[in-house]
Design a protein around this ligand. Structure first.
Ligand SMILES: Cc1ncc(COP(=O)(O)O)c(C=O)c1O
Length: 430
């Protein structure tokens, strides 16, 4: 599908005054309202900051629903044999899990905790895929006790453990394979290369298939996740090719990697283009699974902060410091992730600046090269596209309280995860 048509698959966000260059980075339906304030899901972000405080993760609920619908439709238009599996690590939040369960998706969990949350969010156990390169005995026991649909086996040691833990019972499994395919993306979100902790090396796959059979496991298919933010889609055809050469199995799970726009210049392929690329190499009788994470939630969420200080260092730069940072979004520090930033009540770019967090690390910088419109203390600053791996990776460095998650829809805001309290910080102490 040509890019212009693909864009039509998602309703445009830019109808009401959001600068066109960045509109696609913000949640669907975002706009500048009559007061000149950014609105997310029909809610004025300045009022949200006043009511719920900052920092806060704010999501447009309908954005997530729409993206789940669009990706499902993209596959459904082409085949009946497919599954869309939400990679819950991107945003492990019960309310979001419930939303995706209701939208008919399956769920990828990568720990006992994510399994617990997926079940709490209403996913039937049979719709859950249990991942992990080092699942503990306890996690495997939990998965078996819950009767998860599939365990994605990652090593020979895990096959041994499952053999012991399942006894005479049968368990459906996929085998995660390291296909030796490297997409063009950041090294730390690349996972398909031979030198990887994930999956069974190609040279050992035949032996692993044999071991699954000896261990009484029901091998239903193969899995590979080659990385995230995959923009060059021909790798999926190559991946299907590699996996199909291994054997004839009913399920082919090609992982995640659907990209999102973090910045104004990024134009990720559409869901239609991903579906086309993933299905291109697969025979009609094979069920193709995909595991989108960030693409279902990333652009749905923004982070709100309050500007505390604006420090001009003559001849050097201006630092705009906010009341969050590496505790609520560690991605810039972790692997140089780049974001946009705006003032919620004053879009513009008159002032080049660096947006820094409040933590005791010089590297605690959210946006190294930003441009804001005359930033001042008290302004509400918004960083879009933080819906994935923000809340998920949040931490308590400097004993900060992790922010709330607020879902907005048609002008109503509801707190789906509350802000931590100081008491929460000492709750586990003995
Ligand atoms: C096995 C697996 N599937 C899916 C995903 C989701 O990737 P993304 O959020 O880029 O879509 C990941 C991310 O780490 C993963 O490890």
């Amino acid at each position: 599908m040509p890019r212009e048509d693909a864009d039509q698959a998602l309703p445009e966000a830019r109808e009401a005054g959001l600068p066109g260059a960045v509109a696609h980075v913000y949640p669907l339906g975002s706009r500048i309202n009559a007061a000149g304030h950014l609105e997310i899901g029909g809610c004025d972000t300045i009022e949200l900051a006043r009511e719920f405080g900052t920092p806060a993760y704010v999501y447009a609920e309908d954005d997530m629903r729409e993206r789940a619908r669009v990706v499902t439709q993209a596959f459904a238009r082409r085949t009946e044999r497919f599954g869309v599996v939400y990679a819950s690590k991107a945003f492990p939040c019960t309310a979001a899990l419930r939303l995706f369960a209701e939208a008919g998706l399956d769920c990828d969990v990568a720990s006992g905790g994510e399994l617990h949350m997926a079940l709490a969010g209403g996913f039937g156990a049979d719709r859950i895929y249990m991942h992990g390169n080092n699942k503990s005995d306890r996690e495997l026991e939990e998965a078996l006790a819950a009767a998860v649909g599939h365990i994605v086996v990652d090593s020979f040691d895990e096959i041994d453990r499952l053999e012991r833990l399942t006894g005479d019972a049968s368990q459906r499994v996929l085998l995660r394979v390291t296909p030796g395919i490297e997409p063009e993306t950041h090294a730390s979100i690349r996972t398909g290369q031979a030198d990887s902790k994930f999956g069974i090396p190609m040279a050992h796959v035949g032996q692993a298939i044999e071991r699954c059979s000896q261990a009484g496991l029901e091998l239903r298919g193969l899995h590979a996740h080659i990385g995230s933010q995959v923009y060059a889609l021909d790798v999926y055809e190559a991946l299907a090719d590699v996996l199909l050469q291994i054997g004839d199995l009913p399920l082919l799970n090609l992982g995640g990697g659907f990209g999102i726009a973090y910045t104004r210049d990024e134009r990720p392929p559409s869901a239609d283009e991903y579906a086309e690329a993933m299905l291109r190499g697969a025979p009609r009788d094979v069920t193709v699974l995909c595991e989108p994470g960030r693409s279902l939630v990333g652009n749905a969420g923004v982070s709100l902060y309050t500007v505390g200080t604006v420090k001009e260092i003559p001849g050097v730069r201006t630092y705009v410091s906010v009341d969050g940072g590496m505790s609520d979004n560690i991605r810039p520090m972790l692997y140089g992730a780049v974001y946009e930033a705006d003032l919620a009540a004053r879009f513009g770019d008159s002032t080049p600046c660096r947006i820094a967090g409040m933590h005791c690390e010089s590297g605690d910088v959210l946006v190294p090269e930003a441009a804001l419109e005359d930033p001042r203390p008290g302004d509400i600053l918004v960083i879009p596209a933080t819906g994935a791996y923000g809340h998920a990776m949040a931490n308590n460095y400097n004993a900060v309280r992790r922010p709330p998650v607020i879902f907005c829809r048609e002008g109503d805001a509801r707190v789906v995860v509350r802000r931590e309290t100081y008491d929460d910080l000492t709750l586990r102490d003995r």
